[in-house]
Design a protein around this ligand. Structure first.
Ligand code: ARG
Length: 474
């Protein structure tokens, strides 16, 4: 046993093998392009778990003797402690996390370390480590999404009656409630959470034991290692096991769709918090000032959530292009799978947390939203619907009469609720006083009782549905 920190750097594996034929410079370049420990050290916990499960299985199958297995297990435990305490020597010369762990194990326990790699290859090892990592990342994203949905539900409940304009083309369309608008995102993020769950379930098969590509001649028990690592079972084809990364692509797809939803919501927060809209204000917690303009309060967190979408989609594109056109089975190209996944899930984690923070933090300006909801002839559809319902006018003609009413109101500089009855009757003589009951934003919203509609009672029904669904989730 010797102290690795005082050891002279050993030549790399490549230099050992090809050193006589190559000049020093290309060898260094080879190490530079080949080395992955700088990023795959993030897989250390998964790598140790995989090795421990593998060693225990080899012992149970009589491939390893009890003494060697005990030495391997305690050496791996010691490595865990070293890493946790920041004392582990991560060394470029050992290329990746798998060889760093194995090299350190040899320093700690001697020759028995060399028996750990029986019946496995780095190909099934990395496939297993990475699946474990992505499965965790999906679980974590799912938890964050549930927290965001809970934040939205709490705010939607408070704002179930708050009027706001509903938009199409970002033009005022029909009044809705702020609670209803927030609940639209509950639906989106709820589907995102389900996508991560589905992806986790599909990837939950263990590649360990596929070995390099063809399986192993040793009497291994792949069901045992799969169970020990919390997988539903082993993968069924050794070539597929070591050569696909579709589980990561699926997770990145789910992340990208989530990022799209986050970005849309972030965009709305940016718009709503402008003085021109003034629908909401954000506290100091999620805004920044300007170094030159003292009046500014910028929604930086929302803007950065919006921008993280680029990074997350970039990761999906990047890994898709790495995988496209690779012949079976493993190729070193696949080492490039990790950085995009790490980056995307780091960004997603931050974006989801920041969004939940902003949702809980924002203050709606109810008066301003209600005033905006009532303006812009937003109840024109209600007027047309009234003509259909009360006067049995075909909708197309009702639409025409309403259009003319809006034109008249615009000319007179009034909104629909203030358009004199005589003006309406000039367009359709049978219109009477009762029409004014449907022309307020409040009545418009209250009347939309269809399932999934914006009426406060219906919004509350959907909130109750989600609360119950989340209870079953937990
Ligand atoms: N560092 C490698 C990776 O991440 C491990 C697998 C190496 N396998 C091989 N056949 N060279 O993909």
């Amino acid at each position: 046993m010797h102290d690795p920190s005082s050891a002279n750097p050993k030549p790399s594996k490549g230099q050992d093998i090809w050193g006589g034929r190559f000049e020093r410079e290309p060898a260094e370049l080879m190490q530079a392009i080949n080395v992955s420990i700088g990023f795959d050290k993030r897989l250390w916990a998964q790598d140790l778990a995989g090795s421990k499960a593998h060693a225990a299985m080899l012992r149970a199958q009589g491939v390893l003797n009890a003494t060697d297995e005990a030495a391997i297990q305690s050496g791996l435990d010691q490595i865990r402690t070293e890493i946790e305490q920041g004392r582990f020597p991560f060394r470029d010369q050992y290329e990746d996390i798998h060889m760093n762990v194995e090299a350190r194990l040899a320093e700690l326990i001697g020759e028995a370390a060399g028996r750990l790699h029986t019946a496995r290859s780095r190909n099934d090892q990395v496939a297993t480590d990475f699946r474990l990592y992505v499965r965790d990342a999906c679980h974590h994203a799912h938890q964050r999404l549930i927290a965001l949905v809970k934040a939205l539900l709490a705010r939607a409940e408070e704002e179930a009656e708050t009027l706001m304009p509903g938009f199409t083309h970002l033009q005022p369309a029909q009044p809705v409630t702020f609670g209803h608008h927030l609940m639209a995102y509950v639906e989106m993020f709820g589907r995102d959470a389900a996508r991560f769950k589905d992806a986790s379930a599909r990837m939950n098969e263990c590649p360990l034991g596929a070995a390099a590509l063809a399986g192993s001649p040793f009497p291994i028990d792949r069901h045992a290692t799969a169970a020990a690592l919390g997988f539903a079972g082993p993968t069924r084809n050794s070539l597929d096991s070591v050569s696909d990364r579709d589980f990561a692509l699926e997770a990145l797809s789910a992340a990208s769709i989530t990022a799209t939803h986050l970005s849309r919501m972030a965009e709305e927060i940016v718009i709503w918090s402008t003085p021109q809209f003034g629908f909401i204000s954000l506290s100091d917690a999620f805004t920044t000032g300007s170094s030159i303009m003292p009046q500014k309060k910028n929604p930086d967190a929302a803007e950065l959530v919006r921008a993280k979408t680029g990074r997350i989609f970039g990761a999906l594109t990047s890994l898709t292009l790495v995988m496209k056109g690779l012949p079976l089975a493993y190729s070193k190209d696949m080492q490039e799978d990790k950085v995009p996944v790490f980056e995307a899930f780091d960004a997603l984690d931050l974006a989801l947390a920041a969004m939940a923070g902003m949702i809980l933090d924002l203050t709606p300006n109810r008066e301003r939203m209600a005033a905006a909801a009532a303006s812009g002839f937003s109840t024109a559809t209600d007027l047309a619907d009234w003509l259909v319902r009360e006067l049995d006018i075909p909708f197309r003609r009702a639409h025409h009469i309403t259009g003319a009413s809006v034109k008249r109101a615009e000319a007179l500089g009034v909104d629909l609720p203030n358009l004199p009855l005589s003006e309406l009757q000039a367009l359709e003589p049978r219109i009477h006083q009762a029409i004014y009951q449907v022309l307020t934003a409040e009545r418009s919203v209250a009347s939309r009782l269809s399932f999934g509609g914006t009426a406060p009672s219906e919004v509350r029904r959907q909130i109750a549905f989600w609360k119950e669904r989340l209870q079953n989730e937990a």
